[in-house]
Design a protein. Structure first.
Length: 433
């Protein structure tokens, strides 16, 4: 399907209407899923928040407010932020408008693109299928896609980024994809199969960790193969609807008019490109409140067993020493005492996000923005509000250059973190989910 024009106009609107009708006609499963008993799905009633002592709530709120004012807002943050403990929202702020310039304020019900944080949903969907006996993550991927001519690549290898596959963000273009057409997940799989001899940088599976969006595009196809439903429909019926995540959806072309756009650090609109229809590695839009609901669901034992969560949070990237590691759909920092910071970041076009979870302290830090600022990733400094965490280098979701962001070192000596301003925003870098 051809790409949308880069500027909005009456011609564009007419064109888009035709595309949406074509999209609906070509994807009957999506329409069917919306009518197939969604209203009858059982709601999952999560445990209520555990009250916090007033003094503790005040201390956390003040520390977050200081960081928000002196770090995030200094970079023109446009988006939403929540910090919670025991399910209680202790700090919550929204700033800016969905469109720049605009008069549509970002609120607690404004869905924004969380980019690679989407991987946490994809991974947990696969683990839910294993938990329900529908697959085994140690199965080879070609058990379900026999034409996939990469022996030894298991589902687990895809989940923990040890497949050795190259990144579709780059090889589709290098192999001559017509950039006036959107790439689909099926196109990614087809290129892997039919153009294998032309692909650079294929490594043996399990050899080393290499963060790769291709893995999660394939996992989305696996979910569809196993369930017979679209990726969107399965996530809605399994997570979004039961958890009442009413402002969360998987982006498709039909959502083009309603989706909040993103902007670069200058405030210039980021337009669609040929990679914008691939999902599983990106393309979930949500709010800080809905993402907090997802966090509460993960800790509730109402969807996942402790054994499933143990697998998700186990470190699989152990060939290099240090605190950084990756589980099944989750980044983590592992400390000498065994404690972990479980997190994922996201970056696609001008949208970037941070989703950080402290399992021991039952604390959650969420920042989502649609105007790029690398300060979003520095939100992990607030882990020191909850415990004596040492924060090593923070990895951004930029696989091209693997740039790092220095985390801000905060100490909880006086109840208020000591904050150093972050480096300047990244400029002119190629984005990656």
């Amino acid at each position: 399907m051809p790409l949308v024009p880069k500027t909005f106009s009456f011609t564009f609107l007419a064109y888009l209407s035709g595309c949406i009708l074509l999209h609906a006609a070509c994807n009957p499963a999506d329409t069917k899923g919306k009518k197939n008993g969604d209203d009858s799905l059982q709601v999952i009633n999560l445990p209520g928040p555990v009250p916090l002592p007033a003094a503790e709530a005040s201390r956390i709120k003040n520390a977050c407010q200081l960081w928000y004012d002196t770090v995030l807002m200094q970079k023109g943050f446009n988006g939403g932020m929540i910090v919670a403990k025991n399910g209680n929202i202790v700090f919550e702020k929204y700033n800016g408008t969905g469109h720049l310039p605009g008069s549509d304020p970002i609120t607690d019900s404004t869905p924004l693109h969380i980019a690679s944080i989407t991987k946490t949903f994809t991974a947990m969907a696969v683990l839910k299928l294993q938990q329900d006996g529908k697959l085994n993550i140690d199965d080879e991927f070609n058990k379900y896609f026999p034409a996939f001519n990469y022996p030894g690549i298991t589902i687990r290898c895809l989940l923990n980024h040890r497949s050795g596959l190259p990144n579709y963000n780059y090889f589709m273009e290098k192999l001559g994809w017509d950039k006036t057409r959107f790439v689909s997940n099926e196109d990614v799989l087809d290129y892997l199969i039919t153009r294998k001899t032309e692909l650079p940088d294929i490594a043996p599976p399990g050899l080393h960790f290499s963060y790769c969006n291709t893995n999660y595009a394939l996992l989305a196809l696996l979910i569809e193969k196993i369930t017979g439903a679209t990726y969107d429909t399965f996530l809605k019926k399994t997570f979004f609807i039961p958890l009442q995540m009413k402002h969360t959806y998987v982006f498709s072309l039909a959502d083009t008019l309603k989706a909040i756009p993103s902007y670069n650090w200058r405030g210039t609109l980021e337009t669609f490109n040929f990679l914008d229809q691939v999902y599983g590695d990106k393309n979930i839009y949500t709010t800080p409140r809905d993402l907090l609901t997802w966090d509460r669901a993960l800790t509730s034992d109402l969807i996942f067993t402790p054994e499933t969560l143990d697998q998700a949070y186990a470190p699989y990237s152990n060939e290099k020493s240090g605190q950084h590691n990756y589980g099944l759909g989750w980044r983590m920092n592992i400390f000498p005492d065994g404690n972990k910071v479980i997190y994922h970041n996201g970056w696609w076009h001008g949208s970037n996000a941070c989703f950080t979870r402290l399992l021991k302290e039952k604390a959650t830090i969420i920042v989502i923005g649609n105007k790029f600022t690398r300060s979003v990733y520095h939100a992990k400094v607030l882990t020191s509000v909850f415990g004596d965490y040492y924060l090593p280098e923070e990895e951004e979701e930029n696989n091209a250059s693997k740039d790092s962001v220095k985390a801000v070192n905060a100490k909880q000596k006086t109840g208020t973190p000591q904050i150093r301003k972050p480096k300047k925003d990244l400029k002119g870098k190629k984005d990656s989910s």
